[in-house]
Design a protein. Structure first.
Length: 243
């Protein structure tokens, strides 16, 4: 079914289970939308931004491209069998508190401003970036977390530790994680490591390796650089940095 006909059928409540949409499906701002047909298959991207009445996704949902759920404030969870070929954006889904176990993301996952999120599932993998900016309820990360690109934890103000086995393919951004007191020994960041405003950080880990820049702006309690520390780019400091 073409995109316009599919949109009309969904909004009228007449869309059958297993509906296939031959392209993108745009339902942005449909605040009265409360459900989608089971086994919905969208060949392109599915845009559900600001569908505040949507509390759950249908079983068997398949999206060939980008799934945008930004601002779906009523959404409580994602389905275990969700299959998305592109990026997934659930930023500002204020009711979202968790992800399915062993959730796999084929590209990037953005969960910025999901304030109710308190933990991530074991087995979480993203091929590209993971954005958790301002997930202020998040206290720790799973031991087996793998992020193929950047990991952004900016303003995760409840975060107090990182797993020793954390795997990040590019940059690690911990700006204003004020509760974070230490980093794991042997941490290797393959691009930039941004620790701006990490005022609770008292030391850098032994064997730290940063292939890009290391930003220590506002790290007021740091006193010395560790032994066997390698920084491939610049070390950025200001007058507040304890070093």
């Amino acid at each position: 079914m073409n995109s316009n006909a599919a949109r009309a059928a969904i909004l009228e409540g007449t869309a059958p289970p297993g509906l296939r949409v031959d392209g993108n499906l745009n339902l942005v701002g449909c605040v009265d939308l409360v459900s989608l047909p089971a086994n919905l298959d969208v060949a392109g991207s599915l845009h559900l931004n600001s569908c505040a009445g949507l509390s759950e996704l249908p079983a068997g949902l398949q999206v060939g491209g980008y799934l945008d759920l930004t601002g779906c404030t009523g959404l409580k969870a994602l389905t275990r069998d969700l299959n998305v070929g592109g990026n997934i954006n659930v930023s500002y889904c204020l009711g979202l508190a968790s992800l399915p176990a062993a959730f796999q993301v084929k590209r990037s996952l953005s969960m910025a401003h999901c304030a109710r999120l308190v933990e991530l599932p074991a087995g979480l993998r993203t091929v590209r970036h993971l954005n958790l900016t301002r997930c202020t309820g998040l206290e720790f990360l799973p031991a087996d977390l793998v992020v193929g690109g950047n990991l952004d934890l900016t303003h995760c103000t409840s975060l107090w530790s990182l797993p020793a086995t954390l795997s990040v393919g590019r940059g690690l951004y911990l700006n204003n994680c004020r509760r974070l007191a230490e980093l794991p020994d042997g941490l290797h960041v393959q691009n930039d490591l941004d620790l701006t405003g990490c005022s609770g950080l008292t030391a850098l880990p032994r064997g730290l390796r940063v292939d890009g820049d290391l930003d220590l702006t506002g790290c007021v309690q740091l006193r010395e650089m560790p032994e066997a520390c390698h920084v491939g780019g610049r070390i950025i400091k200001d007058r507040r940095t304890g070093l």
